[in-house]
Design a protein around this ligand. Sequence first.
Ligand SMILES: Nc1nc2c(ncn2[C@@H]2O[C@H](COP(=O)(O)OP(=O)(O)OP(=O)(O)O)[C@@H](O)[C@H]2O)c(=O)[nH]1
Ligand SMILES: [Mg+2]
Length: 564
Amino acid sequence: MPAIHGNIQGLKPSQLQRLEATWRQHVRPDEVVSPELAGHLCALTQETGRQVGVLVDRRGDIEHVIVGDATRLDLPDIGRMRAGDTRLRGLRLVHTHLKDEPLTPDDITDLALLRLDLVCAIETRPDGQPGKVYLGHLDPESVGPRERFWKTRKASGLHTLDVDPVALAEELEEAFGHAIAGREVTPQGRALLVGVALEGRAAAEATMVELRELARTAGIEVLDVVFQSREQIDPRFVVGRGKLEELNQQAMRRFADMIIFDHDLTPAQARHISDHTSLKVLDRTQLILDIFAQHAHSAEGRLQVELAQLRYRLPRLAQRDEGLSRLTGGIGGRGPGETKLEIDRRRVRDRIALLEKRIDAVGASRQVRRKQRVRHDVPIISIVGYTNAGKSTLLNHLTDSDVVVEDKLFATLDPSSRRLRFPQDREVVITDTVGFIRALPRTLVNAFRATLEELEDADLLLHVVDASDPAYRLQMEAVEKILQDLGLQDTPRLLVFNKSDLLEGGVEGVMALLEAHASEGVPISARTGEGLTELLLRTEELLWHEGKALTASGRSFQEDSVPY
Ligand SMILES: Nc1nc2c(ncn2[C@@H]2O[C@H](COP(=O)(O)OP(=O)(O)OP(=O)(O)O)[C@@H](O)[C@H]2O)c(=O)[nH]1
Ligand SMILES: [Mg+2]
């Protein structure tokens, strides 16, 4: 016989015995609760002053017996439902209330979170007999995010309650199946995005557009975007406790399997939030790391991403099992008393050390290649810019190559270098690199340091901006900031306003705008090729200014030097 769940402290032995007897009750499949069971639960409630409930399966067998306090029941952990599953739990909650009251917010939370077939609350009358009955079930027809997602029914007593719980549950499941069938299948899951508006809603919404793009790139379907305006981040849950509960319910109702925070979570926050929800909890950095992991193809790229992921995970690992000390002492020569957590942590650290060594080795051969290039005295142009700005498209167009171009963030992770020949037989090496993003995770910057170091050799940075993006100014600032962090503020650069074809007046329109604002920059369309001639002219001017190149590295190449 399974144990009674919940608050049994202080109960008399006779009361415990009668609670145990609950296991022997059975309910007909076509009734929500039998009169005997209702009478039994109400009598216990009358005597103990506590809510008493049972979880009943579709055959009518009792699976759990639960005791709460005067106002609520804490249900046992019955595990998570599989993501995207349109079924209900196959269990209904039948429990008592101490007085005549409708379903409480806690009842609704249980209904939604555990995806119960049904929640039933029975009034305990002052004489200890069952009184009014309140039912609630999920509503497959509710669609709007802020719409009520459950339906309730009320009966004056058990005898007037005319509900076949199994038939109802099957009907609901069919309706949920239809509701979800029309949707696109997303392999990586469905998410709710959560943002905290600290500096007003407009700013939060702008960054949320980007989070949405990141999610889309990662193959995640975004079900809804939720904001909370706050003065500051909640130290435990980022958003307020009530908001979290609301999110939780919404996630359940809409078959979401994760929430993604636009705010980076501390290890402790991540833990608190996942303790309070039944969902996978991600933050922006993790999402970016996942995308990098999906897009890393070269050996070096993979090493770098794994390193970044492990560095991100290490402090979280340390948080997770605090207080839990499972002894595994003595195995494989490890000292006795070492906890599983310590072993995990050490494994991760060992792996990190190994990855660092390997990356160093790859970095060394990269250095050799770099030196060779430098020795040849060919100017190097690096294309930098926000992710998805069109850097690879530009490289392809200029050099007739076929670097992968995609309408995804971080399509390029591995740098590619190509030769580019100017008129008068001048030649340069032009490189395309990983895109930047606002608040680029530090673990990634560090892991990609080797790749980014190549930028130090650049004699000219082409900073490509997606001029068609409403957030282009913020993106430019983010790129400038990262360039500064990399110590590249003194490298000559040229602003390139790309995707001009998407703007009114095309390249000429943008040119006029730039002139009107006395702003520097060359408008182009890397897609159509418009403006590229002008771009090459400006590039040439900058590199071979007065017959000599201006180089950040102090190198110089003569106008007539013969490359390679
Ligand atoms: N309309 C238009 N689309 C462009 C232009 N240049 C690039 N794109 C599109 O923008 C998207 C991103 O282009 P990419 O060249 O992959 O951008 P990227 O900067 O290399 O991006 P990451 O490598 O992901 O950081 C693709 O869908 C391109 O087709 C342009 O001039 N006009
Ligand atoms: Mg690219």
